[in-house]
Write a protein that binds this ligand. Sequence first.
Ligand code: PMP
Ligand code: GLU
Length: 433
Amino acid sequence: MPRNSRAPLHVHLNLNVRGLNPSATLEINEMSNRLKREGREVFKLGLGQSPFPVPEQVVDALRRNAHQKDYLPVRGLPALREAVSAYNMRYNKIESSPDDILIGPGSKELIFILQLVYYGDLIIPTPSWVSYFPQARIIGRHTHWVPTSEVNDWRLTPEKLDLICRNDPDRPRVVILNYPANPTGSTYKLERLKELAEVARKYKLVLVSDEIYGQIHHNNQHVSIARFYPEGTIISSGLSKWCGAGGWRLGTFTFPSSLRWLHDAMAIVASETYTATSAPIQYAAVAAFSESPQIETYLVLTRKILKFLAKYLSTRLEELHVSFPAPLGAFYLFPNFENYRDRLKQKGIFTAEEMCDRLLQETGVAMLPGSDFGRQPEELTARIAYVDFDGSEALRALSGEYADTPLNGRFVSKYCPRIVKAFDRIGDWFGSL
Ligand code: PMP
Ligand code: GLU
């Protein structure tokens, strides 16, 4: 039969997939690249991708291991699982054995498989990273969005979590807590983590602590909630953010030994789906997770740049009179343009999505609406990923020109000019409404 005489394939789509769109972060990236190819000037503040290069010694390790061709154990290369377990102790003071580690092709895939094997509701605060909810929907799990408030920097409170669990205390639930947070850049104080851990213990929640941005806490003060709820916390992390290797696709889960049954079930699904994570990438990742002064320096410098940029851009947003949580980690800002609601209305703009679309059309600045992160469509929040700069050049400047000089506005203009220009355009656009 000729290919095009068949019924359209979408007729046969699984109902859980029907109607879904491609993930917002990847779609904005592809759309920005398309506009660029068409000759438009685009400022890529949409996709949350590290601006920094993969550290040289990790790239070298990948080069040296390009010949690795065998399938590796489903749960991961033993040397890598050892390195991750030692890294957990070094950076997080978390005791784990190599047997507690599961390596996957990105933490996104691991989070998906966890939701698949664990039969429970998904509990996430709004706003949350774009993919948790669609994953639950694809699998057919119920999602419970926990409301948060702006005065609380959009963070989950123990009271709200308790309120959700209270009326059916034995219901199986997975809570995903992500800090430093995508999309806000904010994080949790120690006291708050302890309180949340208490609620999690009370209801025996499976807690996925998504710490993919842990290493880029701007003050290097990230603390894992696994310290306070060790028996029920799975730490999710990987190479994508702190190591600048999103495209390498390597994620890690660290389980408590009490959840070995969940680890085992995930490994079965892994064995029937992706088999094992790419061998050369796993060998190279051993170098990334092993102790090294060069990687330590790389982290110190990348944090320093992100922290300064966050401070500089916060001042720019304050000049616009928008509210936003103080950025403490990662590379995101989450402003609320509520003050512009009346003026936006006069332009026929009523939702955050319309606001972002028009901003992109009229200024070339790409950012994502709060609605992609579970906020109400009419709330005028948006995520800015301040990553459109050459991280290699910026790092070189910190080892040369800025080795003994504190970072300043000149540094930002010289090494992050596209971000400065994007913020000029954002300022002009809102200013001219
Ligand atoms: N969690 C959060 C909060 C993220 O922003 C991302 C995006 N990289 C992921 C998980 C998934 O990361 P990866 O699959 O690249 O490990
Ligand atoms: N996590 C990144 C973001 O939020 C992009 C990668 C992804 O979503 O898979 O923009």
